[in-house]
Design a protein around this ligand. Structure first.
Ligand SMILES: Cc1cc2nc3c(=O)[nH]c(=O)nc-3n(C[C@H](O)[C@H](O)[C@H](O)COP(=O)(O)OP(=O)(O)OC[C@H]3O[C@@H](n4cnc5c(N)ncnc54)[C@H](O)[C@@H]3O)c2cc1C
Length: 452
């Protein structure tokens, strides 16, 4: 059942008796990871508390805008009949941009506009709310406006629950699942995260622009709730990162993901960077006239495998962004599906551990095994060098100059000069962009190993 009280209401008014404040599992955070973990456990018949600091799940959550829900096939078959989406992505473009040029690879698939679909744009307050409702329907106890502020430990220092910010707000359980997102306070308190390095993070900033539905469909060449996902390399005013532009029903999401140390060094305000991106000749006609209805920002754990904490300790597991499982690898920015998958794996593992009566780190060992057997760690392992490559100066600045320079020369007709030939263009544009063959070969090899 969902708690509809406010954060100042004593917990005893919600979970009626002291014994009712004792659960099998406490899940901290009702984002995609937490709601999936809670659903699995509640369906297995366990008493689950799902804590959310926001007024409702999704109230505080922001992201770019595209979810890949196929991971829900197991948990919610026919999910597409219920999930509150904006548009099904049927056009996916990758744009390489310099200040004056843009090269776009534009892919369209009508199959992605039919079940079981591929990706969709969705608003997080709608999506997270729906996902948490499924946990509640399965029997989880959702406590909104309730922030976990610490771990409860017994005399032997074993984790026995969480302390919340509600009056009389302690909750007990034999296992806690940290689904509290990037910079997980719970994982840090449990000693699982090492020293945080700002170089492992980007700042994601986004404007939501209102435009009539018919204008969006005409400009982006889509109909019938089909939508477009444009990922942009370059276009971030010299700050390493990337841009994006997504279509919702009657709004656009335009934004940038910016490497924190580079942003601090450049001292450019993120909204200026979005402003310049919107003014780029390749983007301006698409967003023209859009009225800013929201501006939001959030930190992204960007470094993937190399920044993941230890995933379990006695009586505690870490999932989703709390465990840096967001995949930010240039052409892919996927976090919600990784969070949902890790939440499901955590839920299954805890159900198994509760059945065997062993919730020690050893008893929870199945979690990492499940993640290894799924795309979560398989993709992160394969792509472990991709975030570093994608955010490197060469990929960010030199290669876009070189690639767009080559294409410009190929299509430029310099009569009466004859066509120069691709080899000569490549050589000259590589030199003009200051790219050394040795670096190019090394990056191509890392790229091939990562993406190939
Ligand atoms: C700008 C930007 C663009 C992105 N674009 C995409 C995209 O297009 N597609 C995609 O798949 N991913 C994208 N991501 C990544 C994605 O948003 C995350 O990977 C995903 O939300 C992680 O889910 P989660 O459940 O682990 O954490 P979150 O979604 O962060 O959820 C954590 C929840 O815990 C709650 N919480 C936190 N602390 C406490 C506490 N102490 N007590 C109680 N509750 C607490 C929060 O309120 C929140 O509801 C983007 C991220 C950003 C910032």
């Amino acid at each position: 059942m969902a708690d509809t009280t406010t954060g100042t209401t004593p917990l005893s008014a919600t979970v009626a008796t002291a014994s009712a404040a004792t659960f099998d599992v406490i899940v901290v955070g009702a984002g995609p990871a937490g709601s999936c973990a809670a659903t699995v456990l509640a369906r297995a018949g366990h008493r689950v508390a799902l804590l959310e600091r926001g007024a409702f799940p999704g109230a505080k959550n922001m992201y770019g805008g595209v979810i890949y829900p196929r991971i829900l096939d197991r948990l919610h078959p026919q999910w597409w009949e219920q999930v509150p989406i904006q548009r099904w992505i049927t056009r996916r473009s990758t744009m390489v941009m310099t200040e004056t040029r843009a090269l776009t690879i534009d892919f369209r698939s009508e199959a992605w506009g039919e079940p079981p679909y591929n990706g969709a744009t969705a608003y997080r307050p709608d999506f997270d709310h729906w996902l948490a409702d499924q946990a509640v329907a399965a029997g989880a106890h959702l406590l909104n406006a309730t922030t976990a502020v610490g771990l409860l430990r017994d005399a032997d220092q074993r984790i026995v629950g969480v302390r919340t910010d509600r009056p009389d707000g302690d909750l007990w359980a034999s296992t806690v699942i940290a689904c509290d997102g990037v910079n997980s306070f719970i994982a840090k308190e449990a000693g699982l995260h090492e020293e945080l390095d700002p170089a492992n993070y980007t700042l994601g900033v986004k404007e939501t622009l209102a435009l009539p539905r018919s204008v969006i469909e005409e400009r982006f060449g889509v109909r019938d709730r089909h939508g477009v996902d444009i990922e942009i390399l370059g276009g971030t005013s010299g700050v390493n990162g990337g841009g994006f532009l997504y279509t919702n029903l009657d709004t656009l999401a335009v934004g940038a993901v910016l490497k924190l140390p580079a942003l601090a060094a450049q001292q450019t305000r993120p909204e200026e960077i979005i402003g310049r991106l919107k003014a780029h000749p390749a983007i301006a006609p698409l967003v023209e006239g859009g009225e800013i209805v929201e501006y939001s920002a959030h930190v992204i754990p960007e470094a993937g495998r190399s920044m993941m904490p230890t995933l379990t300790t006695d009586r505690l597991l870490v999932t989703g962004d709390a465990a840096a499982m967001c995949l930010a690898a240039g052409i892919w920015l996927e976090g919600v599906n990784f969070a949902m998958a890790s939440g499901m794996a955590a839920g299954e593992t805890v159900a198994e551990a509760l059945a065997s009566g062993d919730t020690s780190a050893r008893g929870l060992g199945g979690y990492e095994r499940r993640l290894r057997d799924s795309f979560v760690l398989a993709d992160h392992d394969k792509l472990r060098r991709a975030p570093g490559l994608v955010l490197s100066d060469r990929v960010q600045h030199q290669y876009p100059e070189m690639i767009t320079g080559v294409v410009e020369r190929m299509f430029r007709v310099d009569n009466p000069e004859p066509k120069p030939g691709l080899r000569r263009i490549l050589r000259e544009e590589r030199r003009a962009a200051g790219v050394r063959i040795r670096d190019l070969a090394r990056d191509a090899w890392i790229g091939f190993r990562s993406f190939g």
